[in-house]
Design a protein around this ligand. Structure first.
Ligand code: HEC
Length: 111
């Protein structure tokens, strides 16, 4: 039954390849876009806590924000909140780009 073994190996390799493709998409495409916008723009305040911004990666600072729910965080980023202007001042970014940047910041700052 050599053919059967080979077939099973091919199936296993195909499954692994599919998982890899999904992982690469979610890490590098979706997260990569959020990371790029964060690095280019949001980090100006969120890397060091300018104007009271919760610092990127500071899980304590983000915990009290994350409990409000993602919809509230998206709304804050889109509409502005106290020291943060609407869209963090990046008005040419689309709403989806801002949301992906919020997803990235939260994913790197949650427990
Ligand atoms: C000009 C400085 C500045 C920039 C640029 C900036 N932020 Fe902020 N951000 C703040 C400040 C200040 C706060 C805290 C506001 C408060 O709670 O009083 C904040 C809070 C937040 C929060 C938490 C909101 C909440 O409801 O608790 C999110 C999410 C956020 N920023 C996302 C972003 C994203 C995404 C970008 C880039 C597109 C960005 N910020 C760019 C200053 C900035």
């Amino acid at each position: 039954m050599r053919g059967g073994v080979l077939m099973r190996k091919i199936i296993v390799i195909a499954i692994i390849a599919a998982f890899l493709a999904i992982t690469i998409y979610s890490v590098f495409v979706a997260d990569g876009r959020g990371q790029a916008l964060y690095n280019q723009h949001c980090s100006a305040c969120h890397a060091r806590g300018i104007a009271g911004a919760p610092i990127f990666g500071d899980k304590d600072a983000w915990a009290s924000r994350i409990v409000k729910g993602m919809d509230v965080l998206y709304a804050s980023a889109l509409n502005g909140l106290n020291g943060m202007p609407p869209k963090g001042g990046k008005m040419e970014a689309s709403d989806d780009e801002i949301k992906i940047a919020v997803d990235y910041m939260v994913s790197q700052s949650s427990r």
